[in-house]
Design a binder for this molecule. Structure first.
Ligand SMILES: Nc1ncnc2c1ncn2[C@@H]1O[C@H](COP(=O)(O)OP(=O)(O)OP(=O)(O)O)[C@@H](O)[C@H]1O
Length: 248
């Protein structure tokens, strides 16, 4: 039976207690387009432990986004189970437990970058959301743009804003869909350094990407093809022998 299960109790705002992994087991997901069925996931197992960076690789259409959506509860698998350590109730992980950088970013057009980033902290009733948002924007090199609207900054700046928003509650797990897709190499390395720093404080990070820099920065890679896991290994090794933590 498909479902999302709570497991364990989180440290407040921090990584899941006890080292439990974010996990998808035996996931199947079929999209329907009229009469056509697209088998986006065909029995995928994936796990992300606290403190590790896992790169999710695969060609366009291989099922990466569908898998991420199932893990965060935006899509329901037809079969299989998702386990979110620290979720308060099935299907209701908040952004201190499991935060997302969606492929389409989802910034609110009428809010400044600072207010977008502060939003999860405001909704969670965290102290001083604006200060937390400004610190996050600063960390991603966007401090000077805090009071601009999303359509007054570049796509790459919007992308980093979405990452700052995902990190504002110091989530136990972070799931990011192509977080360097709109960035040049220098900024990609910077962003990957931020992700590594998060992992070093205990956050489990899953990054769907086509970017070789992400592979080089990952501890592990999981490769999808046509809705199945077809390979897994060390990040640095998969990138051609570069050290897994070179982008930190
Ligand atoms: N809502 C949908 N309705 C119908 N088909 C869909 C839907 N979403 C995804 N698909 C199909 O499911 C398959 C997997 O798509 P998915 O977006 O998960 O792949 P992806 O690996 O993330 O691709 P990309 O790297 O291009 O983002 C593709 O064939 C895609 O066309």
């Amino acid at each position: 039976m498909a479902g999302v299960h709570a497991a364990g109790v989180p440290a407040a705002g921090g990584p899941a207690a006890g080292g439990a992994a974010l996990r998808g087991t035996g996931l199947y997901r079929t999209h329907r387009r009229g009469r056509e069925e697209v088998h986006a996931l065909r029995g995928v197992d994936v796990a992300v432990a606290p403190g590790e960076v896992v790169a999710l690789l695969g060609r366009s259409g291989s099922g990466k986004t569908t898998l991420l959506h199932c893990l965060v509860g935006w899509e329901r698998p037809d079969r299989g189970e998702v386990t979110v350590p620290g979720a308060r109730s099935p299907g209701e992980a908040d952004w201190s437990t499991l935060a997302v950088v969606p492929q389409r970013l989802g910034l609110l057009d009428e809010l400044t970058l600072a207010d977008n980033v502060a939003m999860p902290a405001r909704l969670a009733g965290a102290p001083d959301p604006r200060a937390a948002a400004l610190a996050g924007l600063e960390q991603l090199g966007l401090g000077a743009l805090a009071d601009r609207l999303p359509d007054e900054v570049s796509l790459g700046e919007q992308q980093r804003t979405a990452l700052a928003r995902a990190l504002v509650l110091r989530p136990a797990f972070l799931v990011a869909d192509e977080p360097t897709g709109r960035l040049d190499q220098e900024l990609s390395v910077h962003v990957l350094g931020v992700l590594r720093a998060c992992a070093d404080t205990g956050t489990g990070v899953l990054v769907a990407s086509h970017d070789p820099l992400v592979v080089a920065a990952a501890d592990r890679v999981v490769r999808l093809s046509d809705g199945r896991v077809v390979g897994a290994g060390d990040g640095g090794d998969a990138a051609g022998g570069q050290p897994a933590r070179s982008a930190g």
